[in-house]
Design a binder for this molecule. Structure first.
Ligand SMILES: CCCCCCCC/C=C\CCCCCCCC(=O)OC[C@H](COP(=O)(O)O[C@@H]1[C@H](O)[C@H](OP(=O)(O)O)[C@@H](O)[C@H](O)[C@H]1O)OC(=O)CCCCCCC/C=C\CCCCCCCC
Ligand SMILES: Nc1ccn([C@@H]2O[C@H](COP(=O)(O)O)[C@@H](O)[C@H]2O)c(=O)n1
Ligand SMILES: [Mg+2]
Ligand SMILES: [Mg+2]
Length: 242
């Protein structure tokens, strides 16, 4: 087994097949957030500090507000902190200090933040939201999102490129859910007919995550078969010798 293909995180991510947001929105937000990242660097803040505080803010916003059905304020708090996930890497790159540890910390805490967001939805539907089906859909979104990310991490750890990102990456999962939750939260301010956006978004994320999971598993199976065939193919001329 060779060394992990993508052990340094984003630099090794294949550019083909990137999902739309990661392809286009990331470049835009990089331009917008670079001055802020530079400001934090000048103030002596480290990328790891931004990663940790950003995750803590997302977790707090999700678990304080969502289980009570306060979707507007929960989404406002989460949105304030979630962009730290783009700022930390930006700071590391400006400092020339992108590291394996940073990639590990970033990805690991992404999973924590996602767990809190979809866990917050599940807690609402298990309690005051009183909807077992939507509670189950929220749990499915939580679990499938984690597994989707795991497929890439595990595939790369066994030396495969995993050259597919799939239909619904993390950025899509977050944008679809958070935009819908923020808008659904306006129901509390008297905006009619809007609270159904969150259930619709959760179903979209659930189905999209399942499709993405299948895309990634199929890719890893193909790449794995190609890699095995490559290593098991007899050396040239060895057939004649036996
Ligand atoms: C009047 C109504 C008011 C409503 C209140 C406010 C609403 C605000 C609504 C939404 C805001 C959504 C913001 C979401 C921003 C997400 C940014 C982000 O952090 O994305 C993370 C993503 C991935 O980062 P990484 O590369 O660090 O992570 C990798 C990833 O997790 C992999 O997982 P996988 O994809 O495989 O499942 C792991 O495998 C890997 O380990 C890990 O490293 O970053 C990006 O992809 C970059 C693109 C970001 C795009 C952001 C787009 C934001 C678009 C719109 C926001 C504003 C919309 C406002 C609408 C308001 C509507 C009312
Ligand atoms: N504390 C951190 C966080 C991130 N990195 C590096 O940035 C990459 C992720 O970039 P994002 O734009 O998606 O945040 C990650 O793979 C690391 O290389 C870091 O070094 N320290
Ligand atoms: Mg990050
Ligand atoms: Mg991240």
């Amino acid at each position: 087994m060779g060394p992990p293909v993508a052990s340094r995180g984003r630099a090794a991510t294949p550019t083909v097949g990137k999902a739309m947001l990661n392809k286009y929105a990331r470049a835009f937000f990089t331009r917008v957030l670079t001055p802020f990242a530079a400001f934090l660097i000048r103030r002596g803040v480290s990328p790891d500090t931004v990663t940790l505080i950003g995750t803590a803010g997302v977790v707090a916003g999700a678990l304080v507000f969502y289980p009570r059905g306060e979707f507007f304020w929960g989404t406002v708090v989460i949105t304030l902190f979630v962009f730290s996930d783009l700022v930390d890497g930006n700071m590391a790159r400006q400092l020339g200090r992108s590291s394996r540890w940073g990639a590990f910390l970033d990805s690991t805490l992404d999973r924590v933040a996602d767990g809190a967001i979809f866990g917050g939805f599940a807690l609402w539907y298990a309690g005051g939201g009183d909807d077992n089906v939507l509670c189950a859909v929220s749990i499915f979104c939580l679990a499938s999102g984690q597994v989707v990310s795991y497929t890439k991490a595990r595939g790369e750890s066994i030396g495969l490129p995993v050259a597919v990102n799939g239909l619904v990456e993390r950025a899509e999962r977050l944008v679809i859910s958070l935009v819908a939750a923020g808008l659904a939260g306006l129901h509390a301010f008297g905006v009619p007919g809007i609270r159904y956006l969150l259930p619709v978004a959760l179903w979209i994320v659930a189905v999209g995550s399942l499709v993405t999971l299948i895309q990634r598993v199929v890719t890893v199976r193909r790449e794995s078969a190609e890699a095995e065939a490559g290593t098991q193919r007899p050396a040239r001329g060895s057939e004649a010798a036996t």
